[in-house]
Design a protein. Structure first.
Length: 244
């Protein structure tokens, strides 16, 4: 009562705005509602402002982490692309195809560490640069992109919940099958219609692509096994789990 009386006297001397102020404060004095400065109730949308502020900060932190991860992946993909282009200098012709084992090595490393989409993008860029520099042929596109995509998909999607060794074996098989079988068959229309190779057949590039991918897969298995012993794969998996 003393508090209400004091407040009434303070607002009573308000001059021209006396009626407006008193009418706005009367429900407070009668106990029908509290002052807005003392009101800590949940707003009409059902979410507390403090929760909204925390949620916004959490989303900002998540976006910053994702952007940093994407930048690191782009830098790694660019590095792998450069390695594939330089490694194409060590290619060899085999049964009408130009085999580049380093490209398949890069496909597996990119598929395991960067995922299927970054690995396929790196393979596309490497094939395009090789074609522009005269270091490869149009057959490099299906011969590298499909293997990189399937290798990354086996490790990160199809065998995601399996053990690490099983996922690695799946990545190796994905590169071999994607490059030799699927990539070899997709190379037939490119060779026949674009390169005007009338002697090309549907399964004519399967075996030469298989030989090239086997050499690259063996080299990749040695490198990835060394990385696994250095616990680099565990660090990558921990980052993926934290992001998810």
């Amino acid at each position: 009562m003393i508090f209400q009386h004091c407040c009434f006297e303070i607002y009573a001397g308000g001059g021209a705005s006396e009626g407006v102020i008193n009418s706005a404060r009367e429900p407070v004095f009668r106990g029908e509602r509290r002052l807005s400065s003392l009101d800590r109730s949940v707003p009409m949308d059902g979410v507390c402002p403090a929760v909204l502020s925390f949620r916004d900060r959490k989303e900002d932190i998540t976006m910053n982490k994702n952007s940093k991860t994407n930048i690191r992946k782009l830098a790694a993909a660019a590095l792998l692309t450069a390695v594939a282009v330089v490694g194409s200098l060590f290619s060899f012709p085999f049964l009408g195809a130009k085999c580049s084992p380093v490209q398949h090595l890069v496909n597996i490393i990119g598929g395991v560490y960067l995922g299927p989409w970054y690995a396929m993008g790196s393979a596309f860029c490497a094939s395009l640069i090789r074609l522009l520099l005269g270091l490869g042929s149009p057959l490099a596109f299906p011969g590298s992109m499909v293997g990189a995509l399937l290798s990354g998909a086996m490790y990160h999607m199809i065998l995601k919940h399996k053990g690490q060794w099983i996922r690695l074996i799946g990545a190796y098989i994905g590169e071999l099958f994607g490059t030799s079988v699927i990539g070899g068959m997709l190379s037939f229309p490119i060779a026949y219609f674009v390169m005007e190779n009338t002697a090309a057949t549907l399964f004519g590039f399967v075996f030469p692509f298989f030989v090239s991918s086997v050499v690259g897969t063996v080299a990749a298995s040695i490198i990835v096994s060394s990385m696994k012993k250095a616990r680099l794969l565990e660090i990558f998996d921990d980052e993926e789990k934290a992001k998810n």
